[in-house]
Design a protein around this ligand. Structure first.
Ligand SMILES: C[S@@+](CC[C@H](N)C(=O)[O-])C[C@H]1O[C@@H](n2cnc3c(N)ncnc32)[C@H](O)[C@@H]1O
Length: 321
């Protein structure tokens, strides 16, 4: 398969993720006033898919909150392969303070996101700069504390020019920085991810990574997942790291990161507050609990850190220990 066809299929995974999020939000799994500005319609998804998205969104959010608690309000967040994610707007609404928020994705995706932001007053009003102006090009957007840039993560020169010091995003490698990737690295070949992780760990002086993606993908259930993705034309170039927790952790520790920890989504789900789980479990009847557990065993959240003032992140609590 040539890489253009492959990239288009990978780009389309963003539409699927955004529709799933909209569906879960409509049912009430979590609140997001912004997702409907990026996705017009979403068909109803099976309960286990909605529950899976809930665990993913909440698990990631809790780690980001811990990071901000530990690192203070000048910390930077960089979401790679961000798609149409609405995290920036949701965090603003919650009053979470951070210094700079940058999103990167293929230019095809960022140009669509730029267009949708440009025509939405609700999205735009959260991006205002001191002089009131948000700068747009066809693929990039620069607001006050929010930047959206187009680039291919497989090209280190592109990544460097967009995310490095002195670039238009105003990132400062000496500030605490969190990188976020949700279902992204599985589509990037191991050599490119290795170069990217080497660059991040050697450039940012105090840095965390939060990564959500597939796990245990080599077993029978995982093979079915692989076949489904491949049948949509997606090449899973980064699959090697998704075979085990050790693979997930080694991907970081073999590229300059001090430490890494991987949790499967059963562990993540069980760490979420009981009160909210009760609410969520009452939203939809789940016929196939076994299927949900299998799905949870096949996704994970990994973290990695380097030169961080406090590297102990707890899954079960957002308190700093
Ligand atoms: C499954 S979507 C996830 C989107 C978003 N992170 C979320 O959780 O909703 C995967 C995203 O990764 C992006 N992506 C994959 N490979 C990429 C690359 N080489 N460069 C830039 N973006 C990439 C795709 O365009 C897509 O938006």
């Amino acid at each position: 398969m040539d890489s253009i066809v492959g990239d288009e299929a990978i780009i389309a995974t963003n539409d699927n993720a955004s529709e799933c999020k909209r569906c879960a939000v409509q049912i009430g799994y979590w609140q997001d006033k912004y997702i409907n500005h990026f996705v017009r319609h979403a068909e109803r998804k099976p309960p286990e898919i909605n529950r899976g998205y809930y665990a993913r969104i909440k698990g990631v959010e809790r780690l980001i909150r811990q990071f901000l608690q530990k690192c203070g309000n000048n910390a930077q967040i960089i979401s790679i392969g961000a798609g149409f994610d609405t995290l920036y707007w949701r965090m603003k609404d919650e009053g979470l303070e951070f210094g700079n928020f940058v999103e990167m994705d293929f230019p095809t995706v960022t140009s669509r996101k730029c267009h949708l932001i440009k025509k939405s007053k609700v999205l735009l009003e959260k991006l205002h700069t001191e002089d009131g102006e948000v700068r747009f090009s066809s693929t990039d957007l620069h607001g006050s504390g929010y930047h959206l840039v187009g680039g291919d993560l497989r090209s280190l020169p592109e990544v460097r020019s967009k995310l490095g010091a002195g670039g238009e995003c105003g990132l400062d490698p000496s500030l605490p920085t969190l990188f976020l990737a949700e279902c992204v690295l599985v589509y990037v070949d191991a050599a490119s991810t290795g170069r990217l992780l080497d660059w991040i760990s050697s450039t940012f002086s105090s840095v965390f990574f939060v990564n959500y993606e597939q796990l245990n993908i080599g077993d029978k259930f995982g093979e079915v997942m692989q076949r489904n993705l491949r049948s949509r034309g997606c090449s899973l170039a980064g699959i090697e790291a998704c075979l085990s927790k050790e693979g997930q952790e080694q991907r970081f520790t073999s590229h300059g990161w001090e430490g890494s920890k991987c949790w499967d989504m059963i562990e993540v789900y069980n760490s979420l507050p009981q009160s909210d789980m009760k609410r969520v479990e009452a939203l939809e009847f789940l016929d196939e609990r076994e299927l949900l557990l299998q799905l949870f065993q096949h996704y994970c959240i990994s973290i990695a850190w380097r030169e961080a003032p406090e590297s102990r992140f707890e899954l079960s609590s957002i308190d700093i220990h």
